[in-house]
Design a protein around this ligand. Sequence first.
Ligand code: NAP
Length: 257
Amino acid sequence: MRLQGKKTLITGAGSGIGKSSALLFAKEGAVIAVNDISEEHGQQTVAEIKEAGGEAFFAGADVTDPDSVAAMVSKVIGELGAIDVLFNNAGISGVGALHEVEPDVWDKVMNVNIRGVYLPSKYVLPHMMERRSGSIINMSSCIAEIGLARRASYAATKGAVLALTKSMQVDYAPYNIRVNALLPGTILTPFVENYLRTSYEDPEAGIEGIKKRQLSGDLGRPEDVAKAALFLASDESSFMMGSPLYIDGGVVFGKNA
Ligand code: NAP
């Protein structure tokens, strides 16, 4: 029970890494406010947590919309009285070299991936500051550290999230709030399945290429990232502040052949 009683809000927890983290955190004793833009997917996560004997409820919102996020945070505070852990996980992919990306697509990727970290943090932080306690986990990506083909908009957002994490940490350290970032490599989730479909003529060949890129020789699984998020959420990481945590099968620091 590494998160016993921790009141936790996870964005984008209806799928992939967010869902896996919600299930794992609940198993470790956290009470989970499950956010997602899709009520159906979010409620499915809530049902699975409850079936496993955990505590959770749905807290729907579009993380790009200030009114929607403010209402969600009020609801969560109303239900739980506090938020100990905020996991800013929701995100979308963006495919294309810069000249191929249309302005509306560029803006959407910026909105979900950066504004979607800014807004939940903006509304949760005053509650954490009042209690002088909290852990915020921001979802970046190893793409913040390395160039990858045809991912211009996505890379720009994940680099921004890493920079934002460090800046937030300086501002909120005096309030005993920790802010860290996760930098996963390629993890097999619906997000990546969609990315494979839209960016490779032959998705199977694409997957083989990605496997070769990672020293592990395989894609990661959502659970691999959930376990790292669990560490950052828990008091076990109390000396980690403003740090990137890599879960990337060696893609950033290693080189194949
Ligand atoms: P996923 O399976 O697509 O899950 C993302 C979830 O976020 C979905 O349930 C999605 O809902 C939700 N969402 C999207 N826009 C939202 C919004 N405006 N408001 C609230 N929820 C919203 O993706 P994933 O692979 O688990 O990715 C989770 C995070 O990890 C993302 O930030 C991603 O950039 C990051 N990441 C992933 C990988 C990877 O290889 N998978 C690697 C590095 C970083 P809908 O599906 O209903 O739209």
